[in-house]
Design a protein around this ligand. Structure first.
Ligand SMILES: *[C@@H]1O[C@H](CO)[C@@H](O)[C@H](O)[C@H]1NC(C)=O
Ligand SMILES: *[C@@H]1O[C@H](CO)[C@@H](O)[C@H](O)[C@H]1NC(C)=O
Ligand SMILES: *[C@@H]1O[C@H](CO)[C@@H](O)[C@H](O)[C@H]1NC(C)=O
Ligand SMILES: *[C@@H]1O[C@H](CO)[C@@H](O)[C@H](O)[C@H]1NC(C)=O
Ligand SMILES: *[C@@H]1O[C@H](CO)[C@@H](O)[C@H](O)[C@H]1NC(C)=O
Ligand SMILES: *[C@@H]1O[C@H](CO)[C@@H](O)[C@H](O)[C@H]1NC(C)=O
Ligand SMILES: *[C@@H]1O[C@H](CO)[C@@H](O)[C@H](O)[C@H]1NC(C)=O
Length: 482
């Protein structure tokens, strides 16, 4: 991998400025980057990537929606924010969250610095539930609030508009968010106080429903048949990946191809949303002084290692996310291989705004100069479920997401719980070491430079000194048990 840096970057001085910049952050839902998830976003690539930087090594530290969104909002690893899964008991939009860390999101910090703040779209999966304050609860720091009640959907949902619920049945959510964004931008002027805008559309999350005008646009697209697609021998991986059938039968593969195409189609509406926002900023003469970031909460897989469709695994397709950034002093068409994490967004936004940094687990990604080594942590708590697909044989609440459409192959389980340490030393070494909390205390280790598709788990043959080294390194990142 090569780093492309242009001269301009080195003159970046950051810090406090006379005219504080505006900040726009797009957060898509479950958008992979490794399977081609950015390809349909032609206008986004033109307006953000070509006008700024593509961060080629961006990761989530927890590949599941609610914990990852908590990491974005707070700059903390899951082990520190304790939003452990997508349920209220797991901390997702829970009372504890509301009474605690929700008060130290980047929005609160920017509000204190007189930013005008706006949020529209999916927030945390359990936002708006009655037991946690309902849609009347407006998270602190936001002047204008359009929060999706519950998890991503495309039709038939409720939005909390400044604390008042409004039901929408037939309006496509991405487009509704676009209209709210335009309305917010109507009031922004270069001479006014700066603004922060977060737009979180549902795409390309399940049920992968495209806007009618885009249905069938990509009907011939298929999941790329890369070396890790529908592999026939997964015997070196943890038990959930080994679960039968391996490989998936043809009718499941056909379904995966359909989902792949539909996901791309849902992203066309996101592309329109981005274009609408960029055009509006340009017309209002706000574009030059606005940072725009585009990313996703986690990646996704469809058929890799014969797993059906989901996230929640420690592999590249689930932990890598798209990340584009444009703005003052970011060189056009640049690409950076700096390893960055979604927990860096908090510190980055504070730096952009010239606000006093807070103590978080992340660090600002600006200026985009080669940063060299980085070691980071990945963690996930597996989930079980009481819900069963009646056509599947499993009646075990330690398993979840077992669908007859995927031959009852389960996609998660309570012991799909893992911690990993990833050590990236310039471009010389990139090693990931993961330990599962399952019956086998299974370990997987990959040399990401030699084996980017993670086809060979090196752990069984790893020499004892290296085993020890990575094991000790991982322990040093793990939370201390109480
Ligand atoms: C961009 O760089 C110029 C020249 O070094 C500097 O004056 C300006 O403050 C920088 N702007 C930002 C937002 O960093
Ligand atoms: C979510 O996390 C909480 C707290 O650890 C746990 O009680 C709950 O069972 C988890 N939910 C699922 C579905 O695993
Ligand atoms: C925010 O605006 C208020 C009122 O205009 C002003 O008193 C205060 O100093 C400003 N705070 C900052 C951090 O700029
Ligand atoms: C929310 O309330 C603020 C303050 O009154 C207002 O400026 C904003 O337009 C409202 N947002 C929406 C979406 O109605
Ligand atoms: C819309 O959602 C409600 C529950 O929020 C449900 O009862 C209803 O069946 C849904 N309608 C459609 C058309 O999906
Ligand atoms: C599957 O791969 C493992 C090594 O990962 C190898 O030992 C085994 O022989 C392979 N099995 C088959 C049936 O090819
Ligand atoms: C499944 O698909 C593969 C690849 O397209 C093909 O070679 C094979 O014959 C198909 N199997 C069946 C049982 O249709």
């Amino acid at each position: 991998m090569k780093t492309f840096q242009c001269g301009l970057l080195s003159v970046y001085i950051g810090a406090v400025l006379a005219a504080q910049p505006n900040i726009v952050l797009f957060i898509t839902d479950d958008q992979d980057v490794t399977l081609g998830g950015m390809k349909p976003l032609v206008k986004t690539l033109k307006n953000i990537a070509n006008e700024g930087a593509s961060m080629m090594n961006a990761f989530t530290s927890t590949p599941i929606c609610c914990p990852s969104r908590a990491s974005i909002l707070t700059g903390l690893y899951q082990k520190h924010h304790q939003v452990l899964n997508n349920s209220i008991e797991g901390g997702c939009s829970s009372r504890n969250w509301q009474l605690g860390l929700e008060k130290s999101t980047f929005a609160v910090a920017l509000k204190k610095a007189n930013y005008s703040t706006f949020y529209a779209g999916k927030y945390m999966n359990k936002y708006g539930q009655k037991s946690v304050g309902g849609p009347e609860h407006v998270p602190p720091g936001w002047d204008s609030w359009v929060g999706l009640v519950g998890n991503s959907r495309y039709y038939n949902y409720s939005l909390s508009i400044n604390g008042t619920a409004k039901k929408y049945t037939t309006e496509y959510l991405t487009n509704v968010l676009s209209a709210f964004a335009e309305e917010f931008l109507d009031y922004q002027r270069p001479e006014n106080s700066p603004f922060l805008m977060v737009l979180a559309p549902p795409a390309p999350h399940a049920p992968f429903t495209p806007e009618p005008k885009y249905v069938g646009k990509f009907k011939d697209k298929r999941v790329p048949r890369e070396p890790h697609f529908n592999t026939a021998n997964n015997s070196d991986k943890h038990w959930l990946v080994r679960m039968k059938p391996v490989p998936l039968p043809n009718e499941t593969v056909e379904l995966l191809d359909d989902y792949y195409a539909m996901r791309w189609e849902t992203l066309l509406s996101v592309d329109d949303l981005v274009e609408t926002v960029v055009n509006k900023l340009r017309r209002s003469e706000l574009l030059e002084n606005t940072y725009i970031m585009f990313t996703s909460d986690n990646g996704f897989h469809l058929g890799q290692y014969s797993m059906p469709w989901d996230k929640r695994q420690p592999y590249e397709f689930d932990v890598r996310v798209p990340f584009l950034i444009k703005g003052p002093n970011i060189s056009k068409k640049s690409m950076s291989t700096n390893p960055i994490l979604l927990i860096d967004i908090h510190a980055t936004i504070l730096q952009m705004a010239g606000v006093q940094p807070m103590s978080t687990d992340g660090r600002s990604i600006l200026p985009i100069e080669p940063t060299g080594n980085r070691t980071f942590y990945l963690e996930y708590r597996g989930e079980g479920s009481e819900k069963y697909d009646p056509s599947c044989p499993w009646r075990d609440n330690h398993l979840s997401l077992c669908s007859s459409k995927a031959c009852c192959k389960c996609q998660d389980s309570t012991n799909n719980t893992y911690s990993c340490v990833r050590s990236v030393i310039d471009e010389v070494e990139d090693f990931v070491f993961c330990r599962f909390e399952d019956d086998e205390a299974f370990v997987e280790a990959y040399d990401m430079i030699k084996d980017p598709y993670q086809l060979v788990n090196l752990y069984p043959g790893l020499d004892p000194a290296k085993r020890k080294h990575f094991s000790v390194l991982l322990d040093s990142w793990m939370p201390v048990e109480d």
